[in-house]
Design a protein around this ligand. Structure first.
Ligand code: ADP
Ligand code: NA
Length: 330
């Protein structure tokens, strides 16, 4: 295909994806199916950087794939697979480990955050090197565009550095990718603490919108979102981070410009905004839950989609790895 390539991965997590994952990443995965030769994977190798129960991991991997399909990924228009089904990820990961400086890896802020949360001496070497596995994930597919949220920008920068380093030393081998970050939704904030990003691991329970929560729970969380002591509905991330976050979510889910929302709520209080956004959210998550459950109820179809995806992915990955090994003198 002559289309540019897109590649991204998302970790299987217990429960469900959250609204930050959807708006910051998954929504862009769906859009890029139309313009790119797109590869998306559930990154179970990344998941084991922290302890996992095997049966739960297997279930969560299917759950992640089911949610991606429910969100709009179409196996006819993209390649959806599970990372561990394509052994080339671990193989190229090792090569990239040997190309990365220890100090360079030590500068990754995601590792600092995640290991701090784990407790410094419980963090694994795998957690330390996971950005480098991510480099391999991207380079294997010769990706041009990597749709991610802002928190992943540094890892795409590392990918660019390593691609250029390898190409410089061994000759042109890898496409140098660029992050595909949609500024407006690059960082969705916690609904209770709009100074921190919405995140599975760091969010407050009421500030985290899980896509598979009961719709009435979702509505409740939206209605109890933290705003400020003012009443004016205005997009201002400095002075009004809570209200601005709600406007971003509202605008993205409905395709309404933020300026139009400001106008619509002129002279109305925060209650009106939250009530309407709660309804928008419920209208979004209700069919999402149903579709996810339909995929989970038919694991035969789901597994067959993932098997076909792995086969397509592997054809590309194997070619890149063979070229890499050849260049290295293997
Ligand atoms: P988490 O940060 O909750 O552990 P992941 O690291 O699995 O989630 O993130 C999966 C994708 O979702 C990544 O592309 C990441 O950049 C994006 N993402 C995660 N949280 C947010 C957020 N709050 N706002 C925007 N994008 C996000
Ligand atoms: Na993240």
């Amino acid at each position: 295909s002559s289309r540019p390539r897109a590649l991204s991965g998302i970790q299987p997590t217990a429960g469900s994806f959250h609204l930050g994952n959807y708006l910051g990443a998954i929504r862009q995965y769906v859009a890029l199916q139309e313009t790119h030769d797109a590869f998306y994977m559930v990154v179970d190798l990344h998941a084991i950087t922290v302890p996992q129960d095997p049966a739960e991991l297997r279930a969560n991997t299917r759950l992640a794939a089911a949610q991606l399909l429910a969100a709009g990924l179409d196996p006819e228009r993209c390649t959806l697979f599970v990372q561990s089904h394509v052994p080339e990820h671990a193989q190229l990961g090792w090569v990239m480990n040997c190309l990365t400086g220890f100090g360079e890896a030590s500068r990754m802020t995601q590792f600092k955050d995640k290991s701090a949360r784990q407790g410094a001496d419980r963090a694994t070497v795998g957690l330390f090197t996971y950005p480098i596995l991510q480099v391999a994930d991207i380079l294997l597919y010769q990706a041009d565009a990597v749709p991610v949220g802002e928190d992943q920008r540094q890892h795409v920068e590392l990918t660019r550095d390593l691609a250029e380093r390898f190409n410089g030393r061994f000759g042109r081998t890898f496409t140098v990718p660029a992050p595909y970050i949609v500024k407006e939704v690059a960082k969705i904030y916690d609904l209770q603490d709009p100074t921190i990003k919405m995140s599975k691991s760091a969010s407050t329970p009421k500030g985290l919108i899980n896509l598979l929560d009961e719709p009435k729970t979702t509505a409740k969380k939206v209605k109890s979102a933290v705003t400020d002591t003012d009443t004016v509905i205005r997009f201002d991330t400095e002075e009004k981070p809570g209200v601005s976050n709600l406007l971003t979510i509202y605008s993205t889910l409905t395709g309404t410009a933020i300026a139009d929302l400001e106008q619509k709520y002129e002279g109305k209080g925060y209650g009106a905004l939250k009530t309407d956004l709660a309804e928008v959210m419920v209208d979004f998550v209700t069919p999402f839950r149903t579709r996810t459950q339909e995929y989970l109820d038919d694991t035969e179809t789901l597994d067959s989609i993932l098997a076909k995806g792995a086969e397509k992915a592997r054809a590309v990955a194997a070619e890149t790895l063979a070229d890499t090994y050849d260049k290295l003198g293997f």
